[in-house]
Design a protein around this ligand. Structure first.
Ligand code: SF4
Ligand code: SF4
Length: 344
């Protein structure tokens, strides 16, 4: 197991380095895409508006068609998100299709459906990254994603997963016990995983500085998470201190969020724009979004898009405004979410 894990880790790191070089050489392709095969979730965390309890899985053929479109754009990484992606009955085939098209495959899950058989199927499908967000030590009325509930599944992952596992803990508004995040991060590292910390902002989606005690915990977790690429990210330190951040958000171009209906959105927090079906989302549209200034950037808390932004922050200032919206938009939703659910 250790050898298999080391081999996949080395291969994935080599592919990540190639991804970075490709991203530095050309700005024409998406670096990271989040795609939703399943909006339904088995949980109902009170801060989250990225799930429902009724929707059906996106059919496999449709998922493959969307993945092929993304592969043809030259996408480097696709992360499957939700809802809860493990509720999708053909999720292994979705992962396998991503790998078959030469793309790095990741997944964000609440972890509740993981068992030895599930983990081995994910190994065989070729999954390379898995992230689980854990919100507290014991379940409460806000979130059931607790260390107590999930620890047995984490041990199974430590024993059987050949893919990389990251455990994300949270600090900030609404988190009752900030010490929980530190305990979760220590447990992650003890099991051989990487650890990151997300900061939940207030209900208006605004940055809110952490208190001094929480900031100390934040810095300690960031230090523990030094194996993760997020250590290069000054952005999170600014978020922790409630400071505005000066960067160029390349969502709609270098980062895409594809909802269950196959529409392109800036990100999980700005759903509804541009709201164009992926099949109609042309290179010109991506190029335009690359140069479009995002009004929400200075106070943004979405760290994955920020990490993608690092590769282009040094070049190509943004001087365009968002395109006018279609008067009969393809989607009724236009959501500006506060806390970012499982997305980090
Ligand atoms: S945060 Fe994740 S686990 Fe919780 S309801 Fe949202 S999608 Fe489900
Ligand atoms: S919320 Fe953040 S990631 Fe989303 S579009 Fe705005 S700046 Fe970009």
């Amino acid at each position: 197991m250790r050898l298999r894990r080391a081999a996949r880790f080395a291969r994935t790191r080599a592919r990540e380095l190639r991804m970075i070089v490709k991203a530095l050489v050309s700005t024409k392709h998406p670096i990271l895409v989040h795609i939703i095969p399943m909006r339904r979730c088995n949980l109902a965390c009170t801060y989250c508006n990225e799930f429902d309890d009724v929707s059906t899985p996106v059919p496999l053929d449709e998922m493959k068609r969307r993945l092929d479109l993304l592969a043809d754009m030259g996408t480097s990484i696709i992360t499957i998100s939700g809802g809860e992606p493990l509720l999708h009955p053909e999720i292994d085939e979705v992962i396998w299709h991503i790998r078959r098209r030469g793309i790095i495959a990741g997944m964000i899950t609440n972890g509740f459906f993981l068992n030895q058989d599930r983990i081995e199927r994910l190994n065989r499908a070729g999954l390379e990254h898995l992230q689980i967000s854990i919100d507290n030590i014991t379940p409460d009325e806000v979130s059931k994603k607790s260390l107590k509930t999930l620890d047995g599944r984490l041990e199974m992952l430590a024993q059987h997963a050949v893919f990389q596992v990251n455990i994300n803990s949270v600090l900030g508004s609404g988190v009752k016990n900030p010490e929980d995040a530190l305990q979760i991060a220590h447990r992650a590292v003890a099991l051989g995983f990487t650890s990151t910390v997300g900061i939940i902002h207030d209900n208006n989606g605004q940055l809110k500085p952490l208190g001094e005690h929480e900031q100390n915990i934040f810095e300690e977790i960031m230090e523990l998470g030094k194996r993760s690429f997020s250590r290069f990210n000054e952005f999170q330190h600014n978020v922790a201190r409630g400071r505005e951040h000066n960067w160029r958000c390349r969502s709609g171009s270098r980062y895409l969020y594809i909802c269950e209906r196959g529409l392109v959105h800036w990100c999980s927090q700005q759903r509804g724009y541009p709201g164009i079906p992926l099949a109609q989302y042309s290179p010109e549209m991506r190029h335009r979004e690359y140069s479009t200034e995002k009004f929400c950037a200075p106070r943004c808390t979405v760290s994955c898009v920020q990490q993608v932004g690092i590769l282009d922050n040094w070049r190509d200032p943004q001087n365009l405004k968002p395109m006018p919206m279609d008067p009969s938009p393809q989607t009724p939703e236009l959501v500006q979410i506060g806390p970012a659910g499982d997305i980090q």
